[in-house]
Design a protein around this ligand. Structure first.
Ligand code: AR6
Length: 170
């Protein structure tokens, strides 16, 4: 299977997906929030927050893994994207690091399928087209480096995200 065919775009709620791991766009506390973070915690149930409390938070650009509890996904990787502050504050590098650290955990845990939200592009205000380019670039690199990874789903929760991913893929 070509790597191109291992990337899917999915319009909808990431919490419904039956994959080995879903990625959460969290904040430094890892204690929940709004957006996709809120949706994941609601669907996973209170045990997820209990495990998150043991992790001691997470630095921007880093990632930590937990179980998925009531989600269909076996695991959740929590990563913290940068807040967009105009582009001169290492935002690109930090978002790139989020993807790199998530794919590193995916490799360590031998996971075959993963679904990502458009990290940082909601409340954190990262431009969607730039974020999509970074997501696609890092996904392609990870697929090249890890033959055990068979499917990466990029979820587009709004039409602008879908357009951004389609442009970045072409
Ligand atoms: N499934 C897939 N994507 C979703 C879902 C969902 N259920 N809900 C929202 N999105 P955001 P951020 C999309 O704001 O910008 C939280 O409060 C959304 O449309 O969730 O990284 C955290 O605790 C957007 O495209 O995350 C942090 O404090 C993308 O997910 C802060 O928000 C990311 O939007 C993180 O901000």
């Amino acid at each position: 299977m070509r790597n191109k065919d291992k990337i899917d775009l999915y319009e909808g709620d990431i919490t419904s997906l039956n994959v080995d791991v879903i990625i959460n766009a969290a904040n430094n506390s890892l204690l929940g929030g709004g957006g996709v973070d809120g949706a994941i915690h609601r669907m996973a149930g209170p045990e997820l927050l209990k495990e998150c409390r043991t992790l001691g938070g997470c630095a921007t650009g880093e990632a930590k893994i937990t179980r998925g509890y009531n989600l269909k996904a076996r695991y959740v990787i929590h990563t913290v994207g940068p807040v967009w502050r105009g582009g001169g504050n290492m935002e690109n590098e930090r978002l790139t690091n989020c993807y790199k650290h998530c794919f590193e955990l995916i490799r360590q845990y031998n996971l075959k399928s993963a679904a990502f939200p458009a990290i940082s592009t909601g409340v954190y205000g990262f431009p969607k087209s730039l974020a999509a380019k970074i997501a696609i670039q890092e996904t392609r690199q990870a697929l090249d480096a890890n033959s055990k990874l068979k499917k990466v789903i990029l979820t587009c929760f709004n039409p602008e995200s879908k357009k951004a991913y389609e442009e970045a893929l072409s």
